[in-house]
Ligand binder design. Structure first.
Ligand code: NDP
Length: 279
């Protein structure tokens, strides 16, 4: 009994604060469903102590970690090797420890794309996509979204310079344009993604009237908040589908789990376990 306990592989999510994280629930679901012997905990490094905390976790035999706010840039700096998509995003949301090295990747974007295409059955190819926000999450989702070949993509942000910087960075790989909220055209977008953190504080965005008329999807990256002001507005204007970021969260976790363990978990049960109804 004692021996098998010491052999259990250790994983964790690191964030500050981390108490709200659903990652322990999700990965424990995956471990049971795939009969993997692993333990998954939540760790809150004091601000400024990310590297020290990760070193200590590795010294205890830790095999990998998820990283959430505010440590995705620290994780990027910590990694010995990062993937191209993590480099483009400038952020790492998962680390794997192997042979004394730390490997970094960013699964946020692939999680979003899998949720939209596979779970919601909504194609991105040839669609007109509007993204609200230009923060860390947007950096992670742009490349995987562009890989699905949308017809156009407009990034709108309150701080226009941040949106412009992303346009400059990503325009070589797809049809990206950017501007302020006043540059959003009033209709014609198929997929509208709220990647601002406004929903976390239940804040209304300043959006043009009838923006959601004819839209196939309104997607809010925030999760567990029910019908956010963004989703309520989309519902009132008749967007065909509404979604929050639960599916994205679980799908990125599944990608991470597969990277760590070499086995792809089924995601439906984990999504259902943490879904908050959108009403
Ligand atoms: P950042 O802090 O990096 O960026 C925040 C963005 O929101 C900026 O573009 C900022 O604009 C904008 N913003 C904040 N408040 C307002 C407001 N009142 N009006 C207009 N714009 C506003 O955050 P992240 O990019 O890391 O996260 C964004 C959201 O995505 C959060 O809700 C987070 O929880 C969610 N998320 C979900 C994930 C999932 O798996 N579902 C994964 C990662 C993130 P400005 O630049 O002008 O300040």
């Amino acid at each position: 009994m004692k021996q098998s306990k010491s052999m259990t592989d250790q994983y964790a999510v690191l964030g500050n604060p981390v108490g709200h994280s659903k990652s322990p629930i999700i990965h424990t679901h995956f471990a049971h469903a795939t009969a993997q012997d692993l333990a998954y905990s939540a760790i809150e490094p004091p601000l400024g102590d990310f590297a020290k905390t990760v070193d200590a976790f590795r010294a205890r035999g830790g095999k990998g970690i998820n990283v959430t706010v505010p440590y995705k840039l620290d994780a990027f700096a910590y990694a010995d090797h990062v993937t191209d998509r993590a480099r483009l995003a400038g952020a790492v949301n998962a680390l794997k420890f192997d042979d004394g090295l730390a490997y970094g990747d960013n699964f946020d974007g692939i999680g979003l794309v899998r949720d939209i295409i596979h779970n919601l059955s909504i194609p991105i190819k040839d669609k007109q996509v509007l993204i609200l926000g230009a923060g860390g999450a947007v950096r992670g989702i742009l490349e995987p979204l562009l890989a699905e070949l949308p017809e156009s993509m407009f990034i709108a942000n309150r701080d226009v310079e941040k949106a412009r910087a992303l346009e400059t960075l990503f325009a070589p790989i797809g049809p990206v344009q950017s501007g302020g909220y006043d540059a959003i055209i009033t209709a014609g977008y198929d997929i509208i993604i709220n990647a601002t953190s406004a929903s976390l504080s239940h804040t209304y965005l300043s959006l043009p009237p009838a923006l959601f008329r004819g839209a196939s999807l309104a997607y809010d990256l925030s999760y567990g908040k029910g019908l956010t002001p963004f989703l309520a507005r989309a519902k009132a204007e008749g967007a065909a589908h509404l979604a929050d970021g639960v599916g994205m969260l679980v799908e990125q976790a599944a990608e991470t789990f597969a990277w760590w363990r070499g086995i792809i978990p089924e995601t439906r049960a984990a999504i259902e376990a943490i879904t908050v109804p959108l009403n």
